[in-house]
Design a protein around this ligand. Structure first.
Ligand SMILES: Cc1cc2nc3c(=O)[nH]c(=O)nc-3n(C[C@H](O)[C@H](O)[C@H](O)COP(=O)(O)O)c2cc1C
Length: 179
């Protein structure tokens, strides 16, 4: 501890992020870490808060086997009504004006847990910026599908990134959005 008064002396320690301070939330689901890495970079560049959509039942490697039509992920993606339960504490969107919403592409679509997430929230006062990572597929109609399910919010066009997208490219994308 230095003797210098820190910015946070008036209340909260300066080192602790305050929810909603930036007005930006980066919410994401990531099964194998690619989308998580992109989300963390977006949060770092924007000063936004991070929220991870964590499945109540974690996905095992066998669950994620997209070559197996009977794996959990294949069965969920085959079923438009599947709504895997979210295990992380629900996030309060009050105070945020911008939501970056990230997910991997599964079978050309957003994983069904994103459906669970968008149906649980009211996006009325929010601008939503969807982003995804994938092996090669584009974002396709996945973000429009989520927007339709949500039924509220101002949804911008979604963007797909490869797993190895550079921090510089992400920064350029964010600067473009903020203009
Ligand atoms: C169940 C499953 C289905 C997938 N389907 C596709 C697909 O249709 N197109 C594609 O390009 N990549 C597909 N992938 C690859 C992922 O989109 C890619 O590895 C992504 O970056 C994973 O993100 P994550 O590490 O955040 O989970 C699939 C991966 C899994 C596990």
């Amino acid at each position: 501890m230095s003797d210098e008064p820190s910015q946070g002396d008036a209340g909260t320690p300066a080192s602790e992020p305050q929810d909603g301070e930036s007005g930006i939330l980066v919410a994401y689901f990531s099964a194998t870490g690619n989308t998580k890495a992109v989300a963390e970079q977006i949060a770092a560049v924007t000063g936004g808060d991070l929220y991870e959509i964590v499945p109540a039942q974690p996905y095992t490697d066998a669950d994620l086997d997209y070559g197996n039509s009977e794996s959990r992920s294949s069965l969920e993606m085959d079923d438009p009504d599947a709504r895997p339960e979210i295990g992380s504490e629900a996030v309060d969107l009050t105070g945020y004006s911008t939501l970056y919403l990230g997910y991997p592409i599964w079978h050309g679509q957003a994983p069904r847990i994103l459906n669970t997430f968008v149906e649980q929230h009211d996006f009325d006062t929010l601008t939503i910026i969807p982003f995804c990572t994938s092996g090669s597929s584009g974002i396709g109609s996945s973000a429009q599908g989520l927007a339709e399910l949500a039924g509220s919010g101002d949804w911008l066009e979604g963007t797909r990134f490869s797993a190895g997208v550079s921090a510089a490219d992400l920064q350029l994308w964010i600067e473009d959005l903020q203009q």
